[in-house]
Write a protein that binds this ligand. Structure first.
Ligand code: HEC
Ligand SMILES: [Cu+2]
Length: 325
């Protein structure tokens, strides 16, 4: 993950859009910036001119200049021009909102549900029967002909969160008891980083998002792997027993076992993810062990308790979890 901090392709920049709605938003923002910059230059220029031209001089006689009141043409101009500017900005914005919000969903578009939790993302592919967390996989789209955008349904299990992957689209809030929707249509494969963009509690800053844009083949392969039920490796049976006899199963699901909790991330294919705790630490056997021993250490206030397992049980448990590929 150290390389992620330096790779420019991974910087979550609003100025480097790589997906259809993000382009539209960047164009609009650029247009608004040009117009407002022009206003700034004109107003600032006139101000500086007036300051210099009419500054106090040594030979001032101290009398007031002639007072002017009421000029029809001047008042008409400074009413009409700002009105027209605001009208243009409003129409341009309305056009982009319409283009993004009312875009027709092409047949075959991918449907994904994202559910915000304190402080992680539940990700479901209802038509494919896949459940995962924090790391969204989507196929790349071709702008000409064979389009394949992804439409996201956004919900919240607790408080307001906001889904934001700057290079792919604008922010959309996840609000309790309401379904919001948005879509992305990435133009190239690769990893895109995002985060929760609405303060949602103490660990809001560690509610990171990873969007993997895969080639069609890689995406299909990923789907096949995710659709399988959890591995049942006999060599990890002891660890599975620890897992199933501990409260882990009340909060976590592992498809094909008794674990069917939904309070925490689905662990069926835990090892297919690069990070733990929504980007709090890299996913590795050592990371898993440290996380389960003391999740607080990585996310103070986290809603997963430390389960106080002894070292032997912890080792067995980690051995089991690492089979969940
Ligand atoms: C009270 C509910 C609860 C219990 C009990 C619980 N967890 Fe969790 N667990 C969570 C929550 C919530 C998260 C997400 C934390 C976050 O990212 O903020 C989590 C995260 C995890 C993760 C990281 C998953 C990921 O993809 O980021 C692992 C692994 C995990 N738990 C394993 C366990 C194991 C093993 C046990 C039993 C020893 C256990 N949990 C018990 C609620 C629970
Ligand atoms: Cu959040």
């Amino acid at each position: 993950m150290a390389a992620e901090k330096t790779d420019p392709a991974l910087v979550p920049s609003i100025f480097a859009p790589e997906s259809t709605p993000a382009h539209a938003i960047t164009h609009l923002a650029g247009f608004v910036l040009w117009i407002t910059s022009a206003i700034f230059v004109v107003v600032g220029g006139l101000l500086v001119y007036a300051l210099v031209r009419f500054r106090r001089r040594a030979n001032d006689d101290g009398t007031e200049p002639a007072q002017v009141y009421g000029s029809g043409p001047v008042e008409a101009a400074w009413t009409t021009v700002p009105f027209l500017i605001v009208l243009v900005l409003t129409l341009a914005t309305a056009r982009i909102i319409h283009e993004v919000q009312d875009a027709r969903k092409p047949v075959g578009a991918l449907d994904v549900q994202v559910i915000g939790h304190q402080w992680w993302w539940e990700i479901r592919y209802p038509k494919l029967g896949i459940v995962t967390a924090n790391e969204l996989h989507v196929p790349v789209s071709q702008s000409s002909g064979d389009r394949l955008p992804t439409f996201l349904d956004l919900r919240s299990a607790d408080v307001v969160h906001s889904f934001w992957v700057p290079r792919l689209a604008g922010k959309t809030d996840l609000i309790p008891n309401k379904v919001n929707s948005m879509w992305i249509e990435p133009e190239r494969t690769g990893l895109f980083l995002g985060q929760c963009a609405k303060y949602c509690g103490t660990q809001h800053a560690k509610m990171l998002l990873r969007v993997y844009v895969d080639t069609r083949e890689d995406f299909d392969r990923w789907v096949k792997e995710q659709e399988r039920i959890a591995a049942n490796d006999p060599s990890a049976a002891a660890g599975r027993l620890v897992f199933e006899q501990t409260a882990c199963i009340n909060c976590h699901s592992v498809n094909g076992t008794v674990a069917n909790g939904r309070f925490g991330p689905d662990l069926t294919h835990l090892m297919s993810r690069a990070t733990l705790g929504s980007g709090a630490l890299p996913n590795s056997p050592e990371g898993l062990r440290a996380w389960i021993k003391s999740p607080e250490q990585f996310k103070p206030g986290v809603l997963m308790p430390a389960m106080n397992l002894n070292n032997a049980d912890l080792d067995k448990l980690v051995a089991y979890l690492t089979t969940l590929k």
